[in-house]
Design a binder for this molecule. Structure first.
Ligand SMILES: *Cc1c(COP(=O)(O)O)cnc(C)c1O
Length: 394
């Protein structure tokens, strides 16, 4: 960008109602619950975080983090392959492998980096990477950065993926999909994708950032019913349901060894601080022990859906705690966000390019830390304001 274009560019973003703004949280109003926040002296109930199990503010997890920090310090001081790798990382990797039923797991600093790392390591220049159109930006960026040829199939359409695999005549290296789509909340057609990938001997990468800890009988996510053979590459994030920070890839011994050798976002970055790993270990233990957390968030999700449906709200079809309410324009979504703020709710407008134009929405997320009353009041408020901000498609 030419320097003289900086200001006009920002003005144009503003004109299109696309400016992204941060709201600074002053603190938490209820102990042990990060969803009731103080902003400019006002209390807001957060319905847009990814703290599905209500663990982000859990005292035992914070205690595990502080105890580890006092022992090992705040920083890891080097990358994993130099001197940054410690016993908390090692223990967490073993626990994540056991939790996901895989031979090995490898920690990454963020999910964004895990996806860049995995796709970069598995896809060679010129090979095809097939991705769902609505995949998370990090999976898309991973393919772009790898130099492979990115092909996007229709959303949640395994037949379209299969057709592209046929066309690729064995140049397809990777099929990658979100397990639960981050802005839509629907679940990918995983067993059909697994079959198509297996027939064409491509890797299936499932990024289950929003499914792990929440879905499945044991909280093992959207792939719980599938084998390690069907989903050879499983990516999970630790900053969402587990309320901590970081990410991991789980798979075979050889896959993990390849990532250690080849994944640049693993090799060339400072290791996740050990206190973060210690916090995640505690979170993983609590999430597994306290099944009521995922039962509760799913029950609240169902409560929200029933109430929203009886109010005639335009929520998308989703059985996960991600409940999008499509309003159809940036200005509409921002207007609704502002009114909800005045009513005491933090619900974030999602605009292009995060979602396609015309799909601008409020992304409402439920958490085990919400109360029934908060959910009911939210739906009542939405029922009052939605019509005014909705672009009616004619
Ligand atoms: C949040 C998210 C990521 C990125 O994870 P971070 O740890 O926040 O970098 C990757 N994939 C999906 C589907 C996500 O929703």
């Amino acid at each position: 960008m030419k320097r003289q274009l900086l200001e006009p560019t920002l003005a144009e973003i503003e004109r299109q109602s696309l400016t992204r703004r941060r709201i600074t949280i002053d603190g938490f109003v209820e102990r042990g619950n990060r969803l009731v926040t103080a902003v400019d002296g006002r209390t807001l109930v957060d319905f847009s975080s990814n703290d599905y199990l209500g663990l982000a503010h859990h005292p035992a997890i914070a205690a595990a983090m502080s105890a580890c920090a006092l022992r090992f310090g705040a920083g890891s001081a080097a990358s994993h392959l130099i001197t940054g790798h410690g016993i908390e990382h090692e223990a967490l990797e073993e626990e994540l492998a056991a939790f996901t039923g895989r031979e090995r797991a490898l920690l990454f600093s963020t999910g964004y980096m895990a996806n860049l790392g995995v796709i970069g390591a598995l896809a060679d220049r010129g090979e095809w990477v097939l991705e769902d159109r609505l995949n998370h930006a990090s999976l898309i960026d991973g393919a772009l950065l790898s130099g492979a040829r990115l092909k996007r199939y229709r959303h949640a359409d395994p037949d379209d993926a299969d057709r592209m695999l046929e066309e690729s005549t064995n140049e397809a290296a990777v099929v990658a999909t979100d397990g639960v789509f981050s802005m839509d909340g629907d679940i990918a057609p995983l067993s059909r994708l697994a079959k198509a990938a297996a027939i064409h001997r491509a890797w299936l990468v499932v990024d289950d950032a929003h499914g792990l800890g929440v879905l499945g009988k044991n909280g093992r996510g959207s792939t719980e019913e599938l084998s390690a053979d069907e989903v050879p590459v499983l990516v999970g994030t630790l900053g969402k349901a587990f309320g901590s920070f970081g990410a991991f890839v789980a798979g075979s011994r050889e896959l993990i060894e390849l990532l250690i050798q080849r994944a640049r976002p693993y090799i060339y970055t400072t290791a996740l601080p050990q206190p973060v790993a210690a916090a995640t270990r505690k979170a993983l233990e609590i999430a597994q022990r306290e099944a009521w957390r995922r039962e509760r968030v799913l029950a609240l999700t169902e409560r929200f859906r029933q109430a929203a449906r009886s109010e005639g709200l335009p929520v998308l079809e989703s059985s996960t705690p991600i409940q999008p309410l499509v309003l159809g324009s940036s200005a509409g979504a921002l207007g609704a966000q502002k009114e909800l703020l005045q009513a005491g709710f933090r619900v974030v407008a999602i605009r292009a390019p995060t979602v396609p134009r015309g799909g601008e929405r409020l992304r409402i997320t439920l958490s085990a830390a919400h109360t029934e009353e908060q959910v009911d009041t939210l739906v009542e408020t939405l029922a009052e304001i939605t019509e005014r901000y909705r672009t009616t498609l004619s």
